[in-house]
Design a protein around this ligand. Structure first.
Ligand code: ZN
Length: 151
């Protein structure tokens, strides 16, 4: 689907379709301790632990309905989560929406003046295609778009 930019601006059309909150990313200092909290206190089950080398993180996943909780432990103080922890401490790091057609969604957002961290989708945890939007353009929330093209 081609997006005609002048139409978008003029009529403020929204073509992209966010389907649900795919996950909430939470920065933690210690993955093991945090997994214990989510399992023993909240009663969720960690179903996967995965290292994402280029993001310098180790992740742990829990399912809550259709939405996941993604715990992020830094593997390098200079990585994005390492810097976040240093600056802000533990807590919510980003919000991820599932979207149908991530490339078109990014095009549309660009047309609407949203600053993109990733100009094109890249591979994230669990083999999803992901892209981040800059929090300056998203009312302070680091926002991720995800598409599962393997389903
Ligand atoms: Zn994420």
């Amino acid at each position: 689907m081609a997006i005609i930019s002048c139409q978008l601006v003029e009529f403020n059309c929204i073509y992209m379709k966010l389907t649900h909150i795919e996950h909430i990313g939470i920065a933690v200092k210690n993955l093991e301790e945090s997994i214990s909290y989510y399992e023993d206190v909240l009663g969720l089950k960690c179903y996967a632990i995965e290292e994402v080398k280029d993001q310098k993180v180790k992740t742990a996943f829990f399912m809550v309905g259709e939405t996941k909780i993604e715990l992020l432990e830094s593997t390098d103080p200079e990585g994005p989560i390492g810097k976040f922890l240093e600056k802000k401490g533990e807590g919510v790091h980003h919000l991820a929406f599932a979207v149908d057609g991530i490339e078109n969604a990014l095009e549309e957002l660009k047309t609407k003046g949203v600053q993109l961290v990733d100009q094109a989708p890249r591979k994230g945890a669990e083999g999803l295609d992901i892209a981040f939007l800059h929090p300056k353009s998203t009312k302070g929330v680091l926002t991720e778009l995800c598409e599962n093209k393997n389903k």
